[in-house]
Structure formats: C-alpha cells, structure tokens
Design a protein around this ligand. Sequence first.
Ligand code: LLP
Length: 420
Amino acid sequence: MTLEYINNELSVNGHGINSIVKEYGTPLFVYDENMIRSQCRRYHRVLKEEELDYSISYASKAFTSVQMVKLLREENMKLDVVSQGELYTALKAGFDAADIHFHGNNKTTEEVEYALASGIGLIVVDALDEVELIDSIATENIDVLLRINPGVDVDTHEFIQTGQEDSKFGLSIHNGSALEAVNAIRESRHLNFRGIHYHLGSQLSAESPFINALEAVYKWLSEYSIDIEVLNMGGGYGVKYIESDTRFPIEEAFKNITERLRNLSETHNMPLPHVMIEPGRSIAAEAGTTIYEVGVIKEIPGLSKYVSINGGMSDHLRTPLYGAEYAVVPVNKTGAENIETHVVGKLCESGDIIGRQLNVPYNLKRGDLLAVKTTGAYHYSMASNYNQMTKPAVVFVNDESVRTVIKRQSLDQLIENDVF
Ligand code: LLP
C-alpha cells in the first residue's frame, strides 16, 4: 500500500488524506515512511548482491530532520552532510559522528572545527586550500577523501550538473590539480588519504556517466600510481516526477557499474575498493506528497484558467528554479472530467507556479484539496520564508500511524530573531 485512492479518497498507507489534513492543516508534506525505508533496503540489497564492501550515505540535503535521521539509522544508512547545520541536526538526532562524512566546496573554519570536534568519520577535501585548512585545525589524524572532477558530461539541468571540467566542485584529474592535492594530502601532518569522491550530477537516468567516470578515474589512478581504499561515486540517481521521466535503473545499473569496476581493478592490478554511494533524491522524493488547499480560481476568457493554492515557491521551488514538472491530483475524486489549467502559488511573483496546463478536474472549487506528487526531496529542504510564509508541517505515515516529524512554523517563530 502506498499513495492510492481508496473509495475515491487519496490515501497514504491506508490513511485518508482528509483526516490527516483535518489534524495537521495545509500546506502539508506527507511522507510514506514505508517507501523511504524500502528504498534504503533496496540499495542495501543491490550492493550486497554485488558482493561489494560498501556503505550507503544518505545525502541529507534532499530532506533532513531529527526523525528522518533516526529512521536512516534504523535502516543502516550512513550520512553525507554539507554544512554545520546538517551535521548539527544529525548529531542532535543521536547519529554516530563516525558514520558521517562532510562535504562542501567552501567549508568554513568554524565548520571544520565543529566537524573535527564532533569526531566526524571522514572529510571530503574539495580544494587544495582545504588541505592546509583542515591540517592546521586537526590535532589528531583525520581520514579524508579527495573530491575529484572526472570531466564527464551528464544529461540533466545545468544547475545540477557537477562532474564537468568547469565546475566549482572538486579538482580536475585532467589539469594536474587533483594530483597536486593528493600529494599535498600525503605530505600533510594529519590528513589520511583514503580515496576519492566524485558526484556527477543529479536526477540522472542512465548508468553511462558512471561507467565513463570509472574509466577516466582508473586511467588517472593507474597513470599516477595512486592507491585508493575508498571509491565514493556520489549520488544522482534519478526519479520519476511525471510519466515521461525515466527512473535510474538501480538494480541493472549497479550490476553493470560493479562489473566495470571489477574489470578495471583487475586490469590495473588494484584491489577492489570500499564503494560508497550517496543517494538523496531517490530515497526521499517519491515518498513525499504536498497537500494544498485551493483558493482563488480565475478564468481569463479566451486565454487561460488559474487555480491558486495556499503555498507556492516558499515550499515548492523546483518549478520556478528548474522548470521542473509535477503531477497534480485531487485528494477527492468526483469523477468530473479534467481540464487543462495553470496551478499557481500565492507568492508575489509570476514565476510562482506549480505547473502550467495541468490536468485537474474542471469543477475544482475553493476549499478543495490538491496533492502534488513526488515532492519528498529538495522541497522542504529548499523551503524559505519568502513573503513571510511559514514553513509547512511534515508528517510520516506508516501502516499503523501518522506522526509529526516537523511542526508547522508559527508566526511567532517567524519573528523570533527580530529585535523589537
Ligand atoms: N552527493 C553530493 C556530493 C551531492 O552534491 C549531491 C547532490 C548528492 C550526493 C545527492 O544527489 P541526489 O541523489 O539527491 O541526486 N536542488 C537540486 C538538487 C541539488 C543536488 C546537489 N547535490 C534539485 O532540486 O534538483
């Protein structure tokens, strides 16, 4: 059971959305907890089947909270954090710092101090300058990976491509800078070089960039006789937002990626490394749905129709930012025919849209509930208080219960840091 209609009412794991909304209000992020868990288990199963020495670190940036972190712990996941705030959240949730690794293209001195003091397991060095920064702060040895840039092009939105040569992330294996950083790490007092990391981009639907990256990386490792114990291939495994999207084929792709990794290791006479991956979106996205209430409906004769909902770019930024497309469905099915209409937010920008010409029932009216599917990743985590909107509540739904994960932000919290 997951997101489905039961007696014409949208339900999550058997719990009707109407009663959930009665208790929690809207806008509301509703997560199918079973689905988050089953995605974690799926990655474990796949990598275990490939008989790899592996670990799976969830990319916190997709969606994090204390309850999410606790769930991830229960599912034997490790964590990837990119800021002091993500690390703080994880530690507050009781996550073992040794199972966390720290990313970021510009870690601040304060962040490095905080990470080292917390006993973080691993830091991913993103620039030459960071070798010195970390070494000057560390008082004991710290394991590091080097974020390299393999120079692989990927087919995804420009903003979420990261493995190409011209990028703010990592160090190129083609212009000598990655090699320079490896040497600097080896010469440092406290940094212990464990291996490399790369992240090619996000929302990728095919295995080919991962295979291309392996080829490029092993050529480089072998050319400069660099031994690695850990190979972190990042995240980026794509999900299905709308019918025409292709999900990253996890099972098949990891079979092929592993096969290539084994071949390359053998060819270059290197031991098979510990493989790390960092899925974010593919763990959380499809488990999440946002529920909104319909307000104003405006028809411009001969032009178009606008259905406005009680949220917008403050909790749904991916459409304004990337032109991302979503499926929107009514919470209560009436059997009415669908018509094409724009579904828009309530924030003061024309770009504040959920989707253009979406199919929704022609008889929608004020007070009806709409569900926007596949909003579990990069929605709550990218939410803002633009227009002094309060952040929505988040609930997890499993077979037994609906529970609060994040309370709705209050008006008082909106101004709690204001000086009177
Ligand atoms: N590892 C690293 C180093 C990353 O930079 C990212 C995502 C991930 C893992 C997780 O990637 P995923 O499996 O979630 O695709 N706000 C954008 C996505 C930005 C992704 C940034 N890095 C969006 O809404 O599409």
